[in-house]
Structure formats: C-alpha cells, structure tokens
Write a protein that binds this ligand. Structure first.
Ligand code: ATP
Length: 403
C-alpha cells in the first residue's frame, strides 16, 4: 500500500534501517522506518489518511511520524536529491537520494533499503556490502570519518555487537580507539551520551555491553568515575538477575532501568564525584536531587538492614528499613546483599509485605478519638509492625492494639 500511495504522488518509497536488518536476521521488529524520494511529509499525510492515522510532522527535518489507531507507528523521512560538484571540469553528478540517505547511516548492517515501489517491490538495495556484513556478523562503519561526525555511534557499535553477537570489524575498532585517544567524547553533549547509555541499559545483555565498553576505555571516556571494579561488576551481575526476577513476576511498579543500573555503575562513588557524573550525563536539577536523595536513603536503609542482620530481629524491621525506598533502591539492596537470608527477606518484602493491607485504617482511629498527626502515624506503625510479625492478624486484634 505504501508503494502504491507513493507512486500516485510520483515518489519512491523504501523501508530502511533496523527494520530491514532484522528481516535478514529473522528477528521481530515492529519499528518501521520509511524513506521517501519525494516530499516525506506529504506522503505521511497520504499514508495516514488511507488508514485513519494521525501525523506528527517536523518540518525542519522533513520527517513525520504516523500513528495508527492500533498503536502502530511509522517513521517517515525525506531523502533529498543531492548534487555533487567535482572540483575539476567533470559535470555535476546527481546521486540517487536513497543511496546518499543510506551513506549517512551508522553501520553497514543498518544501511539497507527495501524497495516498496510497485514493479520493484521487495528489491533489496545494498550499496555498501550490508548483506555480506550481516552474513559475516560484522559491525562496520561506512567511512573513516564516521565517529568524528558522530561519536555516539561508538556506543551504538557496542550495543549492536553485543545484541547480535557480532564482532566490530578491525578497521572500525581502530577508528574507535583513535576516537578515544582524540577524546572525541568530550565534545559530545551529555544528553546524547545519556540517551545512548540508556538504550544500552535496556539491552538484554547489558552486562556484556558494559564490560565491552570498559575494555575499550569508553566508560572512562564518558566520565573517569564510571569504571567497573570487581564490586560493581558483581552487583551489576546480580542487578540483572533480580531485575529479571522482578519482571518475571509482573510486579508493580515498573522499574526505571536507567536509575537501577546507574546505582550499580556509580556504587561507592563519593557524593561529589557522583554529582559530577550526573551533571556530565545532563541529569536535570530535579533528577540530580532525586538521585542524590536516593543514595542518602540507601545509606540509611543499609544501616538498618545491617542492624537487623546482627540481631536477626523481626520482619517488620525489614519492612521499615525498605519502605522509604523506591523499587529501584530495594532491588539494588537485594542485588548488593551477599547473604541469602537477607535476599530472601527483601524478596518477601517486594512480593508480600509491601502490599499487605492493614485491617484498620485512619477512619477507625478517628472513631477512637485519635487526631491526625504524629500520633496517628505512630499508632499505625505499631499496628503494622504487629501485623507483619504475626501478633495482630485479625481486625479485632489490630483495633485493640490501636486503643
Ligand atoms: P533498534 O533495534 O535498537 O531500534 P535501530 O537500528 O532501529 O535499532 P534506531 O536508533 O531506531 O535504531 O535508528 C534507526 C536507523 O537510523 C538505524 O538503523 C540507522 O540506520 C539510523 N541511525 C540511528 N542513529 C544513527 C546515528 N547516530 N548515525 C547514523 N545513523 C543512525
């Protein structure tokens, strides 16, 4: 349908990028990127009308996103015709615009186009050895200035390499090392680095990505405080496991992966250094405040858990140690803990204690004549402790305790 619509407008349209790569790799990918030789925005409107979609357009970049009622999104970009003037007497050359569009991409594996135009439907446009590289499991840049143009591609190279179990090709690896030596990362905005780092932290094999980044001295290039020592590596490995466990149980609320792994990546850093790392990664003032506050809270919770570990006192102590933390903090403490019993208790907190309802509430306390205030909270806390520790599991008991 896209091809026919394009033809009516006198355009050509191609599917490009990760979508085509993943077809060849037989991996599912629902993110469709289209490139139009013609007016991409006009095409996006035609596509949207044909299937009752909505269009969000970016005139400046001549791109648009079409969102359909079933939630599917299609990104549409415009390939511009470019004319190349040679310095000598050679004539000006018009390069096929799809070829130029593909040439601007990050790696050969992402530089394939699938022709959707009627008459050529399904024709694969491979100008840069993409199919060979996919077959040989190789990540290769399209030209030697690629990382100078955009150093975030280095992080992308590692991400794709680890995701597909490919290898970065020798020349591309040399260019990466060169870029590190030239300190190209220092010129990059923190927001762009943070974005790529977040994508890495969302990968299945986040740990393999991080250790490859470390080997290539890329973590240090982002910020010297971001290095993986033995402690951080151990905790990150455990984080991965507890995160999987949490997701598998469909527990709520969903985890902010970025926050969770940043706790592991910066574990043990002094507060000042931590602030520098966060500033480098362009945390907003609010994000920074929240992250630092979380670190302080973790310190307090950890101290309380240690006390518990010495005395092996009641489960309610575990509850009150963990209750002030967001779920990322709780998972971090679970991953950090070396003691089996502690991990078990924390998992109990997450799966059971945290959501356990009391059988009395504020209105009961009001009927008893208690006024809202610190006293109120203190009584509820006492009842909660008794409920968790098994001393007040019936409503009558809880009412009695509250009196
Ligand atoms: P994923 O499966 O992770 O979504 P993707 O290949 O679809 O991978 P996107 O980030 O959605 O990645 O980008 C879509 C396409 O845009 C890529 O396939 C690539 O061709 C191109 N691209 C993205 N980022 C860059 C970049 N920094 N430099 C050059 N090309 C890029």
């Amino acid at each position: 349908q896209a091809g026919l619509l394009a033809k009516e407008l006198g355009y050509k349209v191609y599917a490009v990028g990760g979508f085509v790569r993943d077809i060849l790799l037989a991996r599912p990918n629902l993110d469709i990127d289209l490139v139009v030789e013609g007016d991409g925005i006009r095409f996006a409107h035609a596509l949207s009308q044909a299937r009752q979609g909505r269009v969000k357009e970016h005139q400046k970049f001549k791109t648009a996103v079409v969102v359909f009622p079933d939630g599917q999104r299609i990104d549409v970009a415009t390939a511009r015709l470019e004319y190349y003037e040679y310095p000598t007497a050679l004539p000006t050359v018009e390069l096929s615009s799809i070829k130029m569009d593909l040439y601007r991409r990050d790696f050969s594996i992402n530089a394939l186009a699938l022709n959707l135009s009627p008459g050529h439907f399904g024709q694969l446009m491979d100008f840069f050895g993409s199919q060979r590289d996919i077959k040989e499991k190789t990540i290769r840049v399209l030209h030697s200035l690629s990382f100078v143009e955009d150093p975030t591609r280095i992080l992308r190279a590692v991400r794709f390499e680890q995701r597909f179990n490919f290898r970065i090709d020798g020349q591309t690896l040399r260019l990466i090392k060169n870029a590190v030596q030239l300190n190209l990362f220092s010129r990059l905005s923190g927001a762009r680095i943070a974005h790529e780092l977040q994508l890495i932290l969302d990968e299945e094999n986040v740990l393999e990505c991080l250790s490859r980044l470390q080997d290539l001295k890329l973590l240090a290039a982002i910020h010297p405080q971001l290095h993986l020592d033995a402690d951080r590596t151990r905790v990150l490995m455990e984080l991965r496991k507890v995160h999987d466990w949490y997701r598998l149980l469909y527990l709520e609320p969903p985890v902010n992966t970025w926050k969770l792994y940043m706790l592991g990546l910066t574990m043990g850093a002094e507060r000042d250094s931590l602030e520098l790392v966060c500033r480098r990664l362009r945390f907003s003032d609010r994000e920074l405040r929240e992250f630092l506050a979380l670190r302080d809270l973790l310190g307090e919770s950890l101290a309380r858990l240690m006390t518990w570990a010495e005395t092996q006192s009641s489960m309610s102590d575990i509850y009150f140690a963990l209750d002030p933390l967001p779920v990322e903090g709780v998972l971090f403490l679970m991953a950090r803990s070396r003691r089996e019993i502690m991990r078990k208790n924390i998992s109990q907190y997450l799966t059971r204690l945290r959501t356990q309802e009391l059988l009395i509430d504020g209105s009961d306390l009001k009927i008893m004549g208690l006024k809202n205030g610190p006293n109120f909270a203190r009584v509820l806390r006492k009842v909660r402790a008794a409920a968790i520790d098994g001393a007040a599991v019936t409503r009558d008991k809880q009412v009695e305790l509250a009196k």
